[in-house]
Ligand binder design. Sequence first.
Ligand code: FAD
Ligand code: FES
Ligand code: MG
Length: 283
Amino acid sequence: MHEIRNKESLAPGIHLFEVVAPEIARHRQAGQFVILRVHEEGERIPITIAGADAVAGTITLIVQEAGMTTRILCAKRAGDHLPDVCGPLGEPTHIEDFGHCVCLAGGVGVAEIYPVVLALRQAGNEVSAIIGARSHDMVILEKEMRHAVHQLHITTDDGSYGLHGLVTNPLQAMLARGEIIDRVFCIGPVPMMRAVAELTRPFKIPTLVSLNPIMVDGTGMCGGCRVTIGDQIKFACVDGPDFDAHQVDFEELVRRQQMYRSEEKAALQQWQEKSCHPAALVN
Ligand code: FAD
Ligand code: FES
Ligand code: MG
């Protein structure tokens, strides 16, 4: 059992949890994730380790309500427990002193890129970040990112904060100005990662994306997270989740992500119809 030590709301439908998991807190590295269940009969879902306090023995998870399981999770409170939290999983992000790195993230992806930004800074890189959200109230970790990077651009889809537009706009402007960019890291929705890949491809800038296929076991056994990278089949849970953006078959990724849409919709509907208030499922 893993106690939720602390919970905070970061934005509508996005919550931060500090969860007791001392071993994971000690060993995790940037880019890794956990697979957890919210109750004994629950499905397994992957969540990135956004931070850790090895002394307190806690890990930080930042979760956006997407469907049934994340809603049950987000209804939990400090003092509640998660039956199992497995990790750290996945290959850590490859970090070294590359020079000037640009890190892009959208939505809850900001929580996922934050540990990568910190690790890049620690390795001596100059880091520019571009973070995007639907609107001002959905921008998360702005203060932390501002503190961590040399240059921060914020974009919103509706123009309510920062630059009006997509995260790709400031990147496009940097490329057009001829800024030297040694490496790009990107975490977010598939269309965003794909657009970033297409922007950097002509410039041959090494670009890493963190892929988010459906994961079940997280140990390379079930095949759920299969992705195609160039002419190779990879399992994102053990070979990734980071891959060369210029080699990713994004079409296949989108297809596979949507494979269980009708079941996911039905599960959410059934759960809502049963008036199964989240509080009833806590512990
Ligand atoms: P559902 O209604 O079941 O599904 C909604 C959509 O989420 C699906 O269409 C599918 O595309 C995706 N999804 C569903 N089940 C899974 C699954 N088992 N594995 C992966 N994707 C799934 N979300 C966060 O909010 N914060 C994070 O830090 C975070 N980190 C992630 C790290 C990795 C490596 C991956 C692969 C995903 C991460 N996600 C993160 C996404 C998160 O796992 C999904 O939003 C969650 O599983 C949805 O579950 P659900 O039951 O609430 O929604
Ligand atoms: Fe099963 Fe990756 S989640 S092989
Ligand atoms: Mg689900």
